[in-house]
Unconditional design. Structure first.
Length: 230
């Protein structure tokens, strides 16, 4: 695969061809590609916001014909059998966000349903299951036995590729030198790349012109990053 991870943007592409495999996400991409030969019914991908979890989840969902289930729906325990009726693959994003007792019981019920039908579920979260506030011992043990794969922080080359893709999605023309200037002045995270791309998009619309070094510096100052001269 030659691909780019991101979750942001102005109509971003989440196709497999747009996901860049690098050291920070290589293990996660390999596990997704390994399906359906997983050792059990569940796999958790965890990492910071914008790290590519949703993108990988979409790739897997397309391959597996998975049904997407909102994390909030886990709280409606009695409705879960109907929501996943006939599905052999389930994708749940943001599993660890606002995880309460009802959602925990719903996740346990979902796990058991998929195990019974020899199906699979891909769980996307910011934290690994070991850090989730779980009270059900049986659920903890099941998730502890399932693979949980981290997506780490990007290196400079990958973050530059992400910036280039985010700018292209917004039809922003940013030359490599200016992109490098921006890259050196933002936090090394996918979330920061998404934030600066969105801010530049808004700034160009407001100014009625394309991205210039002065506009880039103004945007960086606006979002609280050191700027310096381009």
């Amino acid at each position: 695969m030659s691909q780019i991870p991101f979750e942001f943007g102005h109509a971003p592409s989440l196709a497999a061809a747009d996901f860049v495999v690098a050291a920070c996400n290589e293990a996660a991409a390999a596990w997704v590609a390994r399906w359906p030969n997983w050792p059990g019914p569940a796999l958790t991908l965890h990492g910071p916001a914008g790290s590519g979890k949703t993108h990988l989840g979409r790739i897997w969902a397309e391959r597996s014909q998975a049904r997407a289930l909102a994390a909030a729906a886990l709280g409606a325990i009695d409705r879960i059998p109907d929501m996943v009726e006939g599905a052999m693959a389930i994708l749940v994003d943001d599993v660890d966000r606002e995880l309460d007792a009802d959602r925990e019981r719903g996740l346990f019920h979902l796990y058991n349903l998929m195990a019974e039908r020899r199906g699979h579920m891909l769980l996307l979260a910011e934290q690994p299951p070991a850090r989730w506030p779980l009270n059900l011992a049986d659920l903890r043990s099941r998730l502890a036995a399932a693979p949980a794969v981290a997506i780490g922080a990007p290196d400079e080359g990958l973050l530059d590729a992400v910036l280039a893709k985010l700018f292209a999605d917004r039809q922003l023309s940013v030359n490599p030198e200016l992109r490098q200037y921006i890259l050196m002045r933002i936090e090394r995270s996918f979330a920061a790349a998404g934030a600066v791309a969105a801010a530049l998009d808004r700034a160009t619309l407001a100014a009625g012109r394309g991205v210039t070094p002065l506009l880039a510096r103004a945007v960086l100052e606006e979002i609280g990053r050191p700027s310096g001269d381009p």
